[in-house]
Design a binder for this molecule. Structure first.
Ligand SMILES: O=C(O)CCC(=O)C(=O)O
Length: 281
């Protein structure tokens, strides 16, 4: 099982990430990781734990399962978060003095799942501010545009927009009506005005995206192929704790150890995973 990425993050990868807000890095995890995490996901689908959400509407086919903070109780997700190629990828793309783990999410769409992933930016959901917050979406199955590959609006992280958050199950607790809704980039007229990024992926490939990159995904039109992605988020130098209204609750009571404006690094909650020139914490 590889602990460093199978390929170093290149200057070109970093340039693509900064220009477009998203980049696909191929073959970063070996087959042992994929097997281990696929087994972990099977276990979690059977016994999903406290933060699971089923985003499949009543009467619709398939299953859209969303889960989070798995690292806090599942040993395989914990290893993925704290001791895996994720760390080298985050350090390589964030270019930070140090990197801390934020949280994980799991997105499973069974074959025939109609539910889309709404177009959104991540930062409006989070009690954080800053540009140095990287999401690394690891494919655990083959993924194509038709089987719900994540799509990005190229360059949208630089628009200066902060769109209203909409969760996969449209939870009203996130709905801040003071914010502008995110346009529907599936609409052909809107679509014609933008450049989109999406990649066919193999297990072990990762997508890396900026917290303000607009992204979404179709349903899973495949009748045979489950689609599994798990997104792990890491923070770098300019990330700041910002526990405002309409944002998700973080496990581990970070409000007891952090004040607004602090760098989100906190033992047991936001663990430091890498330091420039030093051993991992
Ligand atoms: O996998 C999906 O459908 C959504 C992924 C996503 O929104 C994310 O990783 O931020």
């Amino acid at each position: 099982m590889n602990n460093s990425p199978l390929h170093a993050v290149s200057e070109q990868d970093a340039a693509d990430y900064h220009r477009d807000g998203a980049v696909c890095l191929r073959g970063m995890f070996d087959a042992d990781w994929i097997e281990r995490m696929t087994r972990a996901v099977d276990r979690i689908l059977d016994d999903p734990g406290p933060r699971a959400r089923e985003a499949t509407r009543a009467g619709r086919s398939g299953r859209f399962h969303v889960n989070s903070f798995l690292w806090r109780w599942d040993p395989d997700f914990r290893a993925l978060a704290l001791d895996s190629p994720m760390i080298g990828i985050a350090a390589g793309l964030l270019g930070a003095q140090s990197v801390a783990f934020f949280y994980d999410q799991l997105f499973v769409k069974e074959p025939g799942t109609a539910e889309i992933t709404h177009w959104h930016q991540d930062l409006p959901f989070w009690p954080m501010q800053g540009n140095d917050i990287l999401s690394i979406w690891l494919a655990l199955t083959p993924v194509t545009a038709a089987s719900s590959g994540v799509q990005y609006v190229a360059g949208s992280h630089r628009w200066g927009k902060f769109y209203r958050a909409v969760t996969p199950d449209e939870d009203p607790r996130f709905t801040n009506t003071a914010l502008e809704p995110c346009p529907d980039f599936f609409d052909a007229t809107i679509r014609a005005e933008h450049r989109f990024l999406t990649w066919d992926m193999q297990p072990g490939d990762v997508l890396c995206h900026h917290p303000l990159a607009v992204h979404g995904a179709s349903g899973n039109a495949s009748s045979t192929q489950r689609r599994i992605g798990t997104s792990l988020r890491y923070t770098g130098d300019d990330a700041r704790w910002d526990p405002r209204q309409f944002v998700m609750r973080v496990e581990g009571e970070p409000e007891k150890g952090l004040r607004p404006g602090d760098r989100p690094v906190l033992e047991g909650v936001f663990p430091l995973v890498w330091r420039h020139g030093g051993p991992s914490a």
